[in-house]
Design a binder for this molecule. Sequence first.
Ligand SMILES: *Cc1c(COP(=O)(O)O)cnc(C)c1O
Length: 233
Amino acid sequence: MIKDNIQEVLDNIKAACERSGRNMDEVTLISVSKTKPVEMLVEAYDAGSRNFGENKVQELCDKYEVMQDKYSDINWHMIGHLQRNKVKYIADKVCLIHSVDSYRLAEQISSEAVKKNRVIDILIEVNVACEDTKFGVKVEDALPLIQEIHNLPGIHISGLMTIAPYVENPEENRPIFKKLKQLSIDIGSLNLDNVTMGVLSMGMTNDYTVAVEEGATLVRVGTGIFGERNYNI
Ligand SMILES: *Cc1c(COP(=O)(O)O)cnc(C)c1O
């Protein structure tokens, strides 16, 4: 049951907070609902989830349209790679875009946000593990990118995000989470205009407890809540 799964994840987050001397309310669980039907999102909502993560623009928009009236207090997170020509569809729907990794994408978000008369919170996606298959900037390119974009209107840089590799033993990802945390401290200490580093989006089903121990404020859990995804149906 989705409800039991969410409770289990929250219990694990709580235990990880206790082990690392953190406060449970510093951590928000994002239910990653990609590929899952609206009925399952409603189940998660009824179990208390108010944060949902999607990685495709079309799917996010479809679910948003169906759910916004009755479930208007959901926060929608765009966690996947985002094409510039699709920013306009989500600019008025999302609370946070986790996957900004280029000047041109930030500029597009800025211009759509200005059109919609809002400020969109964004995270810089950092490819800490340097995997070829992943998006995101290299660790050393995060600050230069932030320096280029932080004065754009209509966006606020709220922190950093990373996708760690899939590993058998989640301990293997601990150095990656530590590195992202340190990078956020370093960048935060510069006190750039329009940049805060309070948000660290890291940790998925396989490794979220380690991520919480290392300072995650947003964990993105899909399989652990909704079960395995089937891309063939
Ligand atoms: C799918 C996805 C997740 C959730 O992955 P699980 O292993 O199912 O928890 C988290 N973050 C991103 C960016 C994703 O695309």
